[in-house]
Design a protein around this ligand. Structure first.
Ligand code: MF3
Ligand code: CO
Length: 249
Protein backbone atom coordinates (compact mmCIF):
# COMPACT_ATOMS: atom_id res chain seq x y z
CA UNK A 1 0.00 0.00 0.00
CA UNK A 2 1.32 3.44 -0.95
CA UNK A 3 0.73 5.99 1.84
CA UNK A 4 -0.53 9.39 0.62
CA UNK A 5 0.70 12.44 2.55
CA UNK A 6 -1.33 15.56 3.34
CA UNK A 7 0.00 19.03 2.53
CA UNK A 8 0.95 19.41 6.21
CA UNK A 9 2.88 16.14 6.20
CA UNK A 10 4.68 17.16 3.01
CA UNK A 11 5.81 20.35 4.78
CA UNK A 12 7.12 18.26 7.71
CA UNK A 13 8.96 16.03 5.24
CA UNK A 14 10.38 19.19 3.65
CA UNK A 15 11.86 20.27 7.01
CA UNK A 16 13.61 16.91 7.48
CA UNK A 17 14.82 16.89 3.87
CA UNK A 18 16.13 20.47 4.13
CA UNK A 19 18.33 19.31 7.01
CA UNK A 20 19.73 16.63 4.67
CA UNK A 21 20.23 19.23 1.92
CA UNK A 22 22.12 21.57 4.25
CA UNK A 23 24.34 18.76 5.52
CA UNK A 24 25.18 17.57 1.99
CA UNK A 25 25.91 21.12 0.80
CA UNK A 26 28.29 21.57 3.72
CA UNK A 27 30.00 18.20 3.13
CA UNK A 28 30.47 19.17 -0.52
CA UNK A 29 32.62 22.14 0.54
CA UNK A 30 34.81 19.83 2.66
CA UNK A 31 35.58 17.39 -0.15
CA UNK A 32 39.24 17.68 -1.10
CA UNK A 33 42.29 15.41 -1.32
CA UNK A 34 43.44 14.46 2.20
CA UNK A 35 40.08 14.27 4.02
CA UNK A 36 39.04 10.84 5.30
CA UNK A 37 35.60 9.36 4.80
CA UNK A 38 35.11 9.14 8.57
CA UNK A 39 35.83 12.89 8.88
CA UNK A 40 32.81 13.43 6.61
CA UNK A 41 30.69 11.05 8.72
CA UNK A 42 31.60 12.93 11.90
CA UNK A 43 30.72 16.33 10.39
CA UNK A 44 27.39 14.99 9.11
CA UNK A 45 26.44 13.54 12.48
CA UNK A 46 27.47 16.63 14.47
CA UNK A 47 25.65 19.01 12.15
CA UNK A 48 22.48 16.93 12.26
CA UNK A 49 22.40 16.62 16.04
CA UNK A 50 23.01 20.40 16.34
CA UNK A 51 19.87 20.95 14.26
CA UNK A 52 17.89 18.79 16.67
CA UNK A 53 17.53 15.91 14.20
CA UNK A 54 18.91 12.37 14.16
CA UNK A 55 20.96 10.65 11.47
CA UNK A 56 18.52 8.17 9.94
CA UNK A 57 20.93 5.48 8.78
CA UNK A 58 22.87 4.91 12.02
CA UNK A 59 21.63 1.63 13.46
CA UNK A 60 19.22 1.05 10.56
CA UNK A 61 19.39 -2.72 9.94
CA UNK A 62 22.67 -2.56 11.89
CA UNK A 63 24.36 0.04 9.64
CA UNK A 64 27.26 1.38 11.77
CA UNK A 65 27.54 5.04 10.63
CA UNK A 66 25.54 8.19 9.94
CA UNK A 67 26.68 8.70 6.35
CA UNK A 68 27.21 6.34 3.41
CA UNK A 69 30.43 7.20 1.56
CA UNK A 70 31.10 5.24 -1.64
CA UNK A 71 34.34 5.88 -3.56
CA UNK A 72 35.00 5.11 -7.27
CA UNK A 73 33.83 1.52 -7.94
CA UNK A 74 31.76 1.52 -4.74
CA UNK A 75 28.12 1.96 -5.73
CA UNK A 76 26.29 2.58 -2.42
CA UNK A 77 26.43 1.83 1.32
CA UNK A 78 30.19 2.44 1.70
CA UNK A 79 31.09 2.50 5.39
CA UNK A 80 33.15 5.53 6.53
CA UNK A 81 36.72 4.62 7.56
CA UNK A 82 40.23 6.06 7.72
CA UNK A 83 40.36 5.91 3.91
CA UNK A 84 41.86 9.14 2.57
CA UNK A 85 40.25 10.75 -0.49
CA UNK A 86 42.73 11.50 -3.26
CA UNK A 87 42.85 13.64 -6.36
CA UNK A 88 40.88 12.02 -9.19
CA UNK A 89 38.49 10.04 -6.96
CA UNK A 90 34.73 10.38 -7.23
CA UNK A 91 32.81 10.10 -3.97
CA UNK A 92 29.10 9.41 -3.44
CA UNK A 93 27.58 10.80 -0.24
CA UNK A 94 24.20 9.42 0.85
CA UNK A 95 22.58 10.93 3.93
CA UNK A 96 19.30 10.57 5.78
CA UNK A 97 17.73 12.48 8.68
CA UNK A 98 14.89 11.86 11.11
CA UNK A 99 13.12 14.94 12.45
CA UNK A 100 9.83 15.07 14.36
CA UNK A 101 8.64 11.75 12.98
CA UNK A 102 9.61 12.25 9.34
CA UNK A 103 12.53 11.06 7.23
CA UNK A 104 14.72 12.88 4.74
CA UNK A 105 16.97 11.13 2.20
CA UNK A 106 19.27 12.47 -0.51
CA UNK A 107 22.57 11.63 -2.21
CA UNK A 108 25.11 13.16 -4.57
CA UNK A 109 28.39 12.22 -6.25
CA UNK A 110 31.23 14.74 -6.09
CA UNK A 111 34.60 14.85 -7.88
CA UNK A 112 37.70 15.05 -5.69
CA UNK A 113 40.14 17.52 -7.27
CA UNK A 114 40.61 16.86 -10.97
CA UNK A 115 38.81 13.80 -12.34
CA UNK A 116 38.90 12.10 -15.75
CA UNK A 117 36.56 13.22 -18.53
CA UNK A 118 34.61 9.99 -18.31
CA UNK A 119 34.20 10.31 -14.53
CA UNK A 120 32.85 13.83 -14.97
CA UNK A 121 30.48 12.63 -17.70
CA UNK A 122 29.26 9.73 -15.50
CA UNK A 123 28.48 12.18 -12.70
CA UNK A 124 26.67 14.59 -15.01
CA UNK A 125 24.64 11.86 -16.75
CA UNK A 126 23.55 10.37 -13.41
CA UNK A 127 22.40 13.76 -12.10
CA UNK A 128 20.59 14.47 -15.39
CA UNK A 129 18.93 11.03 -15.23
CA UNK A 130 17.63 11.82 -11.74
CA UNK A 131 16.04 15.03 -13.05
CA UNK A 132 14.56 13.21 -16.08
CA UNK A 133 12.93 10.83 -13.60
CA UNK A 134 11.72 13.65 -11.35
CA UNK A 135 10.09 15.38 -14.34
CA UNK A 136 7.86 12.30 -14.79
CA UNK A 137 6.79 12.28 -11.11
CA UNK A 138 3.36 13.80 -11.80
CA UNK A 139 -0.31 12.89 -11.68
CA UNK A 140 -1.64 11.14 -14.82
CA UNK A 141 1.70 9.34 -15.17
CA UNK A 142 2.63 5.86 -14.00
CA UNK A 143 5.60 4.61 -12.00
CA UNK A 144 7.17 3.10 -15.14
CA UNK A 145 7.37 6.59 -16.67
CA UNK A 146 9.87 7.60 -13.98
CA UNK A 147 11.89 4.38 -14.35
CA UNK A 148 11.96 4.49 -18.16
CA UNK A 149 13.02 8.17 -18.23
CA UNK A 150 16.00 7.41 -15.97
CA UNK A 151 17.02 4.28 -17.89
CA UNK A 152 16.71 5.88 -21.33
CA UNK A 153 18.88 8.84 -20.41
CA UNK A 154 21.57 6.62 -18.89
CA UNK A 155 21.67 4.05 -21.69
CA UNK A 156 21.68 6.67 -24.45
CA UNK A 157 24.89 7.97 -22.83
CA UNK A 158 26.42 4.45 -22.93
CA UNK A 159 26.25 3.77 -19.19
CA UNK A 160 24.16 1.22 -17.26
CA UNK A 161 21.61 1.36 -14.41
CA UNK A 162 22.02 -0.84 -11.36
CA UNK A 163 19.18 -3.38 -11.03
CA UNK A 164 19.77 -4.76 -7.54
CA UNK A 165 19.04 -1.54 -5.63
CA UNK A 166 16.10 0.80 -6.16
CA UNK A 167 14.43 3.97 -4.91
CA UNK A 168 11.51 3.90 -2.49
CA UNK A 169 8.54 5.65 -0.94
CA UNK A 170 9.46 7.67 2.17
CA UNK A 171 7.56 9.27 5.04
CA UNK A 172 7.21 8.17 8.65
CA UNK A 173 9.42 5.26 7.59
CA UNK A 174 12.69 5.51 5.66
CA UNK A 175 11.57 2.84 3.22
CA UNK A 176 7.92 2.65 2.23
CA UNK A 177 6.15 1.22 -0.78
CA UNK A 178 6.52 1.41 -3.71
CA UNK A 179 9.95 0.32 -4.84
CA UNK A 180 11.20 2.64 -7.59
CA UNK A 181 13.46 0.84 -10.07
CA UNK A 182 15.73 2.90 -12.32
CA UNK A 183 14.76 0.72 -15.27
CA UNK A 184 11.31 -0.05 -16.64
CA UNK A 185 8.68 0.52 -19.27
CA UNK A 186 6.80 3.73 -19.94
CA UNK A 187 3.08 3.48 -19.14
CA UNK A 188 3.45 0.49 -16.79
CA UNK A 189 3.14 0.28 -13.01
CA UNK A 190 0.94 2.02 -10.47
CA UNK A 191 -0.81 5.31 -11.26
CA UNK A 192 0.92 8.29 -9.61
CA UNK A 193 -1.22 10.38 -7.26
CA UNK A 194 -0.82 13.72 -5.48
CA UNK A 195 0.49 13.04 -1.97
CA UNK A 196 2.91 10.28 -2.93
CA UNK A 197 6.46 11.00 -1.76
CA UNK A 198 9.33 9.16 -3.42
CA UNK A 199 13.08 8.90 -2.93
CA UNK A 200 14.26 8.58 -6.54
CA UNK A 201 17.87 7.41 -6.63
CA UNK A 202 19.60 6.31 -9.84
CA UNK A 203 22.82 4.34 -9.33
CA UNK A 204 24.70 4.42 -12.63
CA UNK A 205 27.71 2.34 -13.65
CA UNK A 206 30.37 3.13 -16.22
CA UNK A 207 30.47 -0.55 -17.32
CA UNK A 208 28.30 -3.53 -16.40
CA UNK A 209 25.24 -3.01 -14.21
CA UNK A 210 26.14 -6.10 -12.18
CA UNK A 211 27.21 -5.45 -8.59
CA UNK A 212 28.27 -7.45 -5.53
CA UNK A 213 28.30 -6.85 -1.78
CA UNK A 214 31.70 -6.84 -0.05
CA UNK A 215 32.58 -9.01 2.95
CA UNK A 216 31.72 -6.16 5.34
CA UNK A 217 28.09 -6.99 4.50
CA UNK A 218 27.32 -3.43 3.29
CA UNK A 219 29.61 -1.95 0.66
CA UNK A 220 28.17 -2.53 -2.82
CA UNK A 221 30.78 -2.47 -5.63
CA UNK A 222 30.68 -2.83 -9.40
CA UNK A 223 31.48 -6.35 -10.56
CA UNK A 224 33.95 -5.07 -13.18
CA UNK A 225 35.68 -2.55 -10.90
CA UNK A 226 34.65 0.41 -13.05
CA UNK A 227 33.20 3.64 -11.66
CA UNK A 228 29.70 4.21 -10.29
CA UNK A 229 27.72 7.36 -9.43
CA UNK A 230 24.58 7.98 -7.36
CA UNK A 231 22.17 10.92 -7.02
CA UNK A 232 19.00 10.95 -4.92
CA UNK A 233 16.22 13.41 -4.14
CA UNK A 234 13.07 13.06 -2.07
CA UNK A 235 10.20 14.31 -4.23
CA UNK A 236 6.52 14.94 -3.47
CA UNK A 237 3.97 14.52 -6.25
CA UNK A 238 1.55 17.46 -6.15
CA UNK A 239 -1.31 18.70 -8.35
CA UNK A 240 1.19 21.32 -9.57
CA UNK A 241 3.88 18.76 -10.48
CA UNK A 242 6.96 17.37 -8.74
CA UNK A 243 8.17 19.21 -5.62
CA UNK A 244 11.81 18.40 -4.71
CA UNK A 245 11.80 18.41 -0.89
CA UNK A 246 15.56 17.81 -0.59
CA UNK A 247 16.55 20.55 -3.03
CA UNK A 248 19.06 22.94 -1.53
CA UNK A 249 17.54 26.42 -1.28
N1 MF3 B 1 19.71 6.12 0.84
C1 MF3 B 1 19.85 4.71 1.02
C2 MF3 B 1 18.50 4.11 0.94
O1 MF3 B 1 17.59 4.80 0.72
C3 MF3 B 1 20.68 4.39 2.21
C4 MF3 B 1 20.05 3.75 3.39
S1 MF3 B 1 20.74 2.25 3.78
C5 MF3 B 1 21.39 2.33 5.34
O2 MF3 B 1 18.25 2.95 0.98
F1 MF3 B 1 21.30 1.18 5.85
F2 MF3 B 1 22.60 2.76 5.28
F3 MF3 B 1 20.68 3.13 6.07
CO1 CO C 1 17.12 6.25 -0.36
Amino acid sequence: MVILKSREEIEQLRVSNQIVAEVLECLKTLIQPGITTQDLDRYAEEMTLKKGAKPAFKGYMGYPSSLCVSVNSEVVHGIPSDRVLKDGDIVSLDFGSYYQGYYGDSAMTIPVGNVSGNAKRLIDVTNEALYKGIAEARTKNRLGDISAAVQNHVERAGFSVVRDFVGHGIGRKLHEEPQIPNFGIQGRGIALKAGMVFAIEPMVNEGTYHVKVMKDGWTVVTLDGKLSAHFEHTVAITEDGPDILSKHA
